[in-house]
Design a protein around this ligand. Structure first.
Ligand code: ATP
Length: 483
């Protein structure tokens, strides 16, 4: 599994999906750039999410709020005081760790070694300590379980301290009147503070949702596992505003709806599971994670949180502006619901984690050996709608008018589909290169094409070829790559 994960990472780099940021300067830790194919794949994932949320729901609209926001927002949301990770340093290696991560790794190890009781006990003790924010207790657990620094191998630990994950910067040109602002650590607050703007200007009626895709920033104590945990990442969040008391029902609704969204991509259902939170964040009355089985274990991709009226209530208090909704419909007793601060169900998915999941799930090193010949190929079995390139246009040779014919075909298709034109190398090599980037169709133009306006379509997954009329290409490709 480790091996497979390493192969996915190097594949992502080799084919232009993901590069380390600032690579020629030796990189910047936990920051990554998306290359030419990565940007396409990422956009396609965004489109899939946006369509499912905004286009498919009459009562959900999308916004794009600024990364910079008034600093009081982060006071109100609880991030200034509470968005911390418990941090611990090893005095010998000078390496910094998350105390809870060290303990989780140990729990994982106990589980692997079959020490289930020990794992359960430590899990409970850790959850209790985290909930009570009992930092000395976290240190005691690290000591009691004899956890050593993975780098120095020693157990010479500092005390556990809280470390705030928000990045801050100066706002304003003059340093004297500059104010500290934060780079948003989640996109959700941009939705909450615009709740009334959207509700009024869009004449939205509860229940309704506001969706947003955008960058978020967290100064993660430790970064690992490639684009799983980054310091700059992207979130796709939707806040769904409901009547108080109907939050439980909508929480269940969104749990199921979101799992369906994932599984509609054809992923093996056994690789997904829910993980209900025992330790709830300060704003939540119910929370679950959708976890995916990565090569390094089941990990969170998406959170579904029942946030109560916490956020709107806080903003009402801190801004002094009413964050209420007037509900003119009648309840069962025939009275109007009246004014209230709505409750919120949030769905929050990390775009980069979804990207990683998609790559891992699609990546296959397929053995094609026959009795007389060893052969293999690397293929990305991406859902055609997500594939960065929909079709490759391949003239069989560089002469006899085949390139011109191929270009003419390309011109009819390229407005609707992202295509690649390639005339170098043998056709077999060109097919393999398209397999490696997940292109669902290869279209080969040969001498017969000049005579009867037909081409060969070669399918990525089955590797089968069929002869089709050029006039049918638009329909064939369109059918397969559309949502
Ligand atoms: P974790 O426990 O993994 O740190 P979280 O519970 O803090 O995640 P949320 O605050 O619920 O995460 O954020 C929602 C989603 O944003 C997560 O499910 C994840 O997909 C994504 N996400 C959060 N932090 C990061 C990060 N540092 N890098 C990439 N994606 C992230």
């Amino acid at each position: 599994n480790d091996e497979q994960f390493k192969n996915v990472i190097s594949h992502a780099k080799e084919y232009g999906f993901v590069f380390q940021s600032s690579e020629i300067y030796d990189g910047l830790s936990a920051v990554y750039d998306y290359g030419q194919l990565g940007a396409e794949l990422k956009n396609n994932i965004k489109t899939y999410w946006w369509k499912a949320m905004v286009q498919m729901h009459e009562n959900i609209v999308g916004i794009d709020s600024a990364i910079f926001m008034h600093p009081k927002i982060w006071k109100a949301s609880g991030h200034v005081d509470g968005f911390n990770d418990p941090m611990i340093d090893n005095k010998d290696s000078k390496k910094r760790y998350r105390a809870d991560q060290l303990l989780e790794d140990r729990i994982e190890k106990y589980r692997k070694d079959g020490k289930t009781d020990k794992a359960e006990d430590l899990q409970t003790a850790m959850d209790d300590a985290l909930k009570a924010e009992d930092l000395p207790q976290l240190k005691s657990l690290i000591e009691a379980h004899d956890i050593a620094c993975p780098v120095s191998g020693t157990k010479n630990w500092t005390d556990v301290r809280q470390f705030n994950l928000m990045f801050s910067t100066q706002f304003g040109a003059m340093s004297e009147d500059a104010e500290v602002v934060y780079l948003r650590p989640e996109t959700a607050q941009g939705i909450f503070v615009n709740f009334l703007n959207v509700q009024k200007s869009g004449r939205m009626k509860i229940p309704f949702g506001i969706a947003q895709i955008g960058k978020a920033f967290r100064n993660e104590v430790i970064a690992r596992q490639f684009i799983m945990r980054m310091r700059e990442f992207e979130q796709m969040e939707m806040q769904f505003f409901v009547r108080p008391g109907e939050d439980g029902k909508w929480f269940e609704y969104w749990k199921e709806a979101r799992l369906k969204w994932h599984q509609a991509l054809g992923t093996d259902p056994a690789r997904y599971r829910f993980h209900d939170h025992v330790k709830l964040a300060h704003y939540a009355n119910a929370a679950t994670d959708i976890e995916f089985e990565f090569p390094f274990g089941f990990k969170e991709v998406e959170g579904i949180h029942s946030r109560t009226d916490f956020d709107l209530g806080q903003h009402q208090e801190f801004s002094g502006k009413k964050m209420q909704y007037f509900d003119s419909e009648l309840n069962e007793e025939g009275k109007p619901y009246g004014n209230y601060v709505p409750y919120v169900i949030e769905t929050s998915i990390g775009l980069d984690r979804m990207f990683l999941l998609t790559l891992i799930n699609a990546f296959e090193e397929q053995d094609l050996s026959t009795e007389d010949k060893q052969d293999s190929r690397t293929v990305l079995r991406l859902h055609p709608a997500l594939a960065p390139v929909k079709a490759a246009i391949l003239p069989l040779t560089k002469k006899d008018g085949l390139p011109e014919k191929a270009r003419a075909i390309m011109d009819t298709l390229k407005f609707d589909h992202n295509l690649i034109y390639e005339e170098k190398d043998s056709i077999g090599k060109r097919y393999r290169r398209q397999d490696a980037i997940g292109t669902p169709f290869c279209i080969t133009i040969d001498h017969q094409s000049l005579e009867d306006d037909s081409v060969t379509i070669r399918h990525r997954d089955s590797m089968e070829q069929e002869r089709v009329a050029i006039a049918d290409l638009e329909r064939i490709i369109g059918n397969k790559v559309s949502w």
